[in-house]
Design a protein around this ligand. Structure first.
Ligand code: SF4
Length: 406
């Protein structure tokens, strides 16, 4: 049986009513002409699916993503030939389009590849679980401290040249931990836990810091949202304790596709952003990468972190609704969706409508059968026949000098 909590005496302070998201203070890390962290707007990223050896295809895919708002594009470089191809991709982009901030994903034992690709891209992403790949031993029952340290030393020696070349070129590195690919020694020492993920990242950060390299972005992705949330929160706690201020790249891996993939990504990314955690995001969908960008922007817009489209406020409609709300909202959206920066409300009736328009710039509100009222803020401007509603809304926006042609 469900039981109710005993009501508590309300205690509130001014901060309970604070509607601002206070972003965690992070150092700025430059990736080409984009800055991650340092109070800059949360950066949107995605990744192309093309084989990087297909230069024409990759250039076209990077351009497609960049044109719709993807600010940093990731490519994968599984071999040395792929790393070399990046030089041509970069050159072609500059020649036929414009320079686009690029990140290369380096895989298993990727030291040589990373060194080559670091010449051509703005950021290199390494996975601590795979960068120095130790094949797990089936019969292992423990990991001694000596073995742990020995591999730690090997990692240091392998990472050092990459860190030095990135430092010399003033480029960036993402230390991208994945829950699904933690190194065996981390699994033995910390278990398959957020702590293991955080310690993996810290080990690599410490190597970078010992070489005085600080252009670092951290990610701790997992396919299960609660794991991902715990890992990022623990990372923030540990960084605060250690006086580190590296920006964070948020993502839920293998989120899937369709509505659930979007909801899962939003549950993970949006929750952390609302807590002020996160400086760049990627929504990973099992769909064309172009489909990821609108989701990123919707998450950011919904939280008020970036404004890239019109904010529509619309009531859910009910028995009082005086017109077909879905249809009208669709018509209003089609006519105004290019007016970035405006808030437009479409409300079914005057009973609750004007009060619930949440301070929208303009309102389209059902007045009486066959008529709607147009509002500027909370002020009713005029009553017009419903079939002239959208046209008159445009006229009102034009009269206010806030219209631009699509
Ligand atoms: S604004 Fe009016 S029509 Fe819309 S849900 Fe509220 S009461 Fe119903």
């Amino acid at each position: 049986m469900q039981t109710l909590d005993t009501p508590k005496t309300p205690t509130s302070s001014a901060s309970d009513f604070d509607t601002t998201i206070h972003r965690r203070k992070t150092r700025p890390v430059k990736v080409g002409d984009v800055t991650i962290g340092g109070g800059y707007p949360v950066v949107v990223q995605s990744m192309i699916n093309e084989d990087t050896l297909d230069i024409e295809g990759s250039v076209a895919a990077i351009r497609r993503l960049h044109e719709i708002g993807c600010e940093i594009v990731r490519v994968t470089v599984p071999s040395m030939a792929h790393a070399v191809a990046l030089a041509k991709i970069k050159e072609q982009l500059a020649k036929t389009y414009k320079p686009v901030p690029l990140v290369a994903d380096v895989h298993h034992n990727g030291m040589k590849i990373a060194l080559e690709v670091a010449k051509h891209v703005d950021k290199v992403r390494i996975n601590p679980g795979l960068y120095v790949f130790e094949k797990p031993k089936d019969d292992r029952s423990e990991y001694t401290q000596a073995e742990f340290n020995e591999i730690g030393e090997k990692i240091r020696e392998t990472l050092k040249p990459l860190v030095l070349t990135l430092k010399e070129q003033d480029k960036a590195m993402r230390i991208g931990v994945n829950h699904g690919s933690l190194a065996e020694r981390m699994l033995f020492t910390y278990g398959d836990t957020p702590e293991g993920m955080v310690e993996s990242a810290l080990e690599f950060i410490r190597i970078c810091e010992s070489l005085e390299f600080y252009n670092i972005v951290i990610s701790l992705k997992a396919s299960r949202v609660p794991v991902m949330l715990a890992a990022y929160r623990l990372m923030v706690k540990r960084m605060d304790e250690l006086g580190m201020d590296y920006p964070l790249h948020l993502g839920v891996t293998e989120a899937g596709d369709g509505e659930y993939g979007r909801i899962k990504s939003t549950a993970g990314i949006g929750t952390l952003l609302a807590e002020g955690i996160g400086d760049t995001i990627r929504v990973s969908l099992t769909e064309a990468p172009e489909k990821e960008i609108p989701v990123c922007y919707s998450i950011l817009q919904a939280l008020g972190l970036r404004k890239t489209m019109v904010e529509y406020v619309a009531c859910p409609s009910c028995g009082r609704t005086l017109f077909n709300l879905e249809e009208v909202l669709d018509r209003v959206r089609k006519a105004t969706k290019h007016l970035t920066g405006l808030d437009i409300a479409v409300m079914g009736c005057i009973v609750n409508g004007p009060g619930e328009m949440a301070d929208a710039d303009y309102g389209y509100v059902g007045k009486q059968a066959g008529y709607i009222s147009l509002y500027r803020g909370r002020e009713e401007i005029k009553k017009v026949p419903e079939d002239k509603g959208v046209e008159e809304l445009i006229n009102l926006i034009k009269a206010d000098g806030r219209w631009v042609d699509p």
